[in-house]
Design a protein around this ligand. Structure first.
Ligand code: XMP
Length: 518
C-alpha cells in the first residue's frame, strides 16, 4: 500500500497569487482531506489527470479587467468537477462564463456581516449575519447565466453565488482566514456536501503509509540524515528509523554555535530514547577558525554553509556507503510560485541549508515531508510519541548563534551570548510563554556602553532581547512581553553574565525588520 490510497479523494487548488492560498490548503488538510496547490496556468490535461473531487480557485492581487491578468483554462468549467472560486477566483468564474465584473466605487477591506439569501448546500448550518473577511476592489455587476445570489453584505450585493446544476460556487469573501467565523463550516460544506469527499487524510494512517512508502523507495540501501535538533529533521529521523531501522545513520554536527545544552539534548533524545544510530561530530574548532575576522552577515552565512557541507561530506564518507540523503523539506518550500507575482524576490538573507550537497555526494534525496505543512509534521511526531520538548521547539537558524553575534564571532563573545540566551529561555519558559512565542532569544551587539556597578565605572557589552509572535516566520510582531518578565531578564542578565552592563528590548516587527539581526 502507498500514500496513493490516501490521495484518492483530493482537492486541487489553483493559485492566482493570493497571500492566503496556503491557508486554504491548510484548512482543507485540517478537515482531513488531501489537497495540492498548483499554478493557475496548470494545463487542462494535467488538471484532468489530477482527478480531483473538487477544484478551488484562489484569490489573487490582479483584476480580471486588466490586460494579461492571470487566467485558468476555461474548459475547466465544462469538466463537471465541483468548483469553488474565492474572491478573484469568483471573478474569474463570472468573467469567463459571461457575467460582468466592474471596479467597485469603494474598495472593501476588512470585516463584513454576511446575510444569507437562499438555501445553498454551501451554507448548511452556517449562521445568518456571521462575520466574514473581505479584501477586494472589483465586484460583480451581472451574473453569468444559470447563476443566482445566495448571500450578500452591506457593500457586496453578490457576496456569494452558485450554479448548483453546474456545481460551481463563488465567494467574494475569504473563508480560509480566521476572521471569517464560519469559514471552516463553509469549506467543510464544499468538501463533504458538494464534492462528496471523505475524511481519509489522518495522521494515524499517514504514519503507516509513509513508513511503507519509505521502505519501498529505500529497500536495503543506507540513508544518512543531518540532524539539526529542529522539528523537521527530528521527526524525519524518527519516521525513517521506524521504516528502515539501523540502515539510517544520523549525523549531528556541533558547529560550536549552538544554544547551551543543545548537543546533550539531541544525544539523549535520539541515541538513548529512540535508539537511532547517531554520530555527534565536534567540528566547533573548524567553524570558528573559518569565521575568524569575518563581520559581514552574508560572509558569515556563506562560511558556515560551506564548512557544514565540507564536514558533512567527510563524515558521511567515513560512516559508510550511502544511497540516500534524508531531508525535512516541507510543502511550502516545494510549491511552485506563480510567475506573475513579480519575478524572483531579492535575496534578503541566504538561508543556510544543505543545498549542493546531494549533487556533490551523488546522493538521492529522501524527503518524506515534501507534501506536508509544519503543523502536520508536528502532528506526525506526536502520533509517533515524540516528546513535546522536541515537537514544540522554537525554530533555530542553521548558522546558529553566529548571526546573533553582531561583529566577529570569537569564543568569549559566544560564551557571553550563550549565557544570556540561556537565561532568556529559562525565564520565558518559567513565565509559561515559550509556546506562545515564535522565537525568543538574545543578540549580542557590537558596541560597549558606560555603566556603573558598585560605585565603579563599567564599559561593557549590550544584550538585546528579541521575542516575536508569528505563524510562519514570513511576517512577525514583536511580542508584548510583560514588564515583570523584561525586568527579571534584565536583572538576571546584568548580574549573572560578566561583561554585560545593559539590556535593551527590540520592538521592531517584520517587515520592516527581520527576526534575526543578521
Ligand atoms: P528572518 O531573520 O529572515 O528569519 O526574519 C525568518 C525565520 O527563519 C529563520 N532563519 C533561518 N533558518 N537557516 C535556517 O534554517 C537560516 O539561515 C536562517 N536564517 C533565518 C529565523 O530564525 C526565523 O525563524
Amino acid at each position: 500500500m502507498t500514500t496513493d490510497t490516501l490521495h484518492e479523494q483530493k482537492i486541487l487548488i489553483l493559485d492566482f497569487g493570493s497571500q492566503y492560498t496556503q491557508n486554504i490548503a491548510r484548512k482543507i488538510r485540517e478537515c482531513q482531506v488531501y489537497c495540492e496547490i498548483h499554478p493557475c496556468t496548470l494545463s487542462l490535461n494535467k488538471i484532468i489527470a489530477f482527478n480531483a473531487k473538487g477544484i478551488i480557485l484562489s484569490g489573487g492581487p490582479a483584476s480580471v479587467l486588466e490586460k494579461d491578468s492571470p487566467l485558468c483554462d476555461r474548459n475547466l468549467f465544462t469538466l463537471g468537477i465541483p468548483i469553488l472560486g474565492i474572491c478573484y477566483g469568483m471573478q474569474i468564474i463570472t468573467h469567463v462564463l459571461g457575467g460582468r465584473v466592474d471596479p467597485s466605487p469603494h474598495r472593501e477591506f476588512g470585516r463584513a456581516e454576511l446575510m444569507l439569501k437562499e438555501f445553498s448546500h454551501l451554507f448548511e448550518e452556517v449562521k445568518n449575519n456571521s462575520t466574514v473577511w473581505m479584501s477586494h476592489g472589483d465586484r460583480i455587476s451581472k451574473l453569468p447565466n444559470g447563476f443566482k445570489t445566495i448571500a450578500f453584505t452591506g457593500n457586496s450585493p453578490l457576496a456569494a453565488i452558485e450554479n448548483p446544476l453546474a456545481h460551481i460556487y463563488g465567494l467574494q469573501f475569504h473563508p480560509e482566514v480566521v476572521h471569517t467565523f464560519e469559514g471552516t463550516r463553509i469549506l467543510k460544506n464544499f468538501l463533504f456536501k458538494i464534492c462528496g469527499c471523505s475524511q481519509n487524510w489522518k495522521m494515524e494512517s499517514l504514519v503507516e503509509h509513509m513508513i511503507s512508502d519509505i521502505r519501498n523507495k529505500v529497500g536495503k540501501a543506507k540513508v544518512v540524515c543531518g540532524l539539526s535538533g529542529g522539528v523537521d529533521s527530528s521527526v524525519a529521523a524518527v519516521l525513517i528509523h521506524k521504516a528502515i531501522g539501523d540502515n539510517l545513520y544520523c549525523l549531528f554536527i556541533d558547529n560550536g554555535l549552538l544554544r547551551s545544552g543543545e548537543k546533550e539534548k539531541v544525544e539523549s533524545t535520539f541515541r538513548d530514547n529512540f535508539n537511532i544510530n547517531l554520530d555527534v561530530i565536534d567540528a566547533s574548532e573548524k567553524f570558528l577558525q573559518k569565521l575568524k575576522g569575518i563581520t559581514d552577515p552574508e560572509k558569515k552565512r556563506k562560511s558556515i554553509g560551506n564548512t557544514f557541507i565540507e564536514v558533512f561530506e567527510e563524515e558521511a564518507k567515513r560512516l559508510g556507503n550511502f544511497t540516500f540523503l534524508a531531508q525535512g523539506t516541507l510543502y511550502p518550500d516545494v510549491i511552485e510560485s506563480v510567475s506573475f507575482k513579480g519575478g524572483p524576490s531579492a535575496i534578503i538573507k541566504s538561508h543556510h541549508n544543505v543545498g549542493g550537497l546531494p549533487e556533490k555526494m551523488q546522493l538521492k534525496l529522501l524527503e518524506p515531508f515534501r507534501e506536508l505543512f509544519k503543523d502536520e509534521v508536528r502532528a506526525l511526531g506526536r502520533e509517533m510519541g515524540m516528546p513535546d520538548g522536541i515537537i514544540n521547539r522554537q525554530p533555530f537558524p542553521g548558522p546558529g548563534l553566529a548571526i546573533r553575534i553582531l561583529g566577529e564571532v570569537v569564543s568569549e563573545r559566544l560564551d557571553l551570548l550563550c549565557a544570556a540566551d540561556k537565561i532568556i529561555l529559562e525565564e520565558v519558559k518559567a513565565a509559561g510563554l515559550y509556546n506562545d512565542l515564535w522565537q525568543s532569544f538574545a543578540v549580542l551587539l557590537p558596541v560597549k556602553t558606560v555603566g556603573v556597578m558598585g560605585d565603579a565605572r563599567t564599559y561593557e557589552s549590550v544584550i538585546a532581547i528579541r521575542a516575536v509572535t508569528s505563524t510562519d516566520g514570513m511576517t512577525a510582531d514583536w511580542a508584548h512581553l510583560p514588564y515583570e518578565l523584561l525586568g527579571k531578564l534584565s536583572n538576571r542578565i546584568i548580574n549573572e553574565v560578566h561583561g554585560v552592563n545593559r539590556v535593551v528590548y527590540d520592538i521592531s516587527s517584520k517587515p520592516p525588520g527581520t527576526i534575526e539581526w543578521e
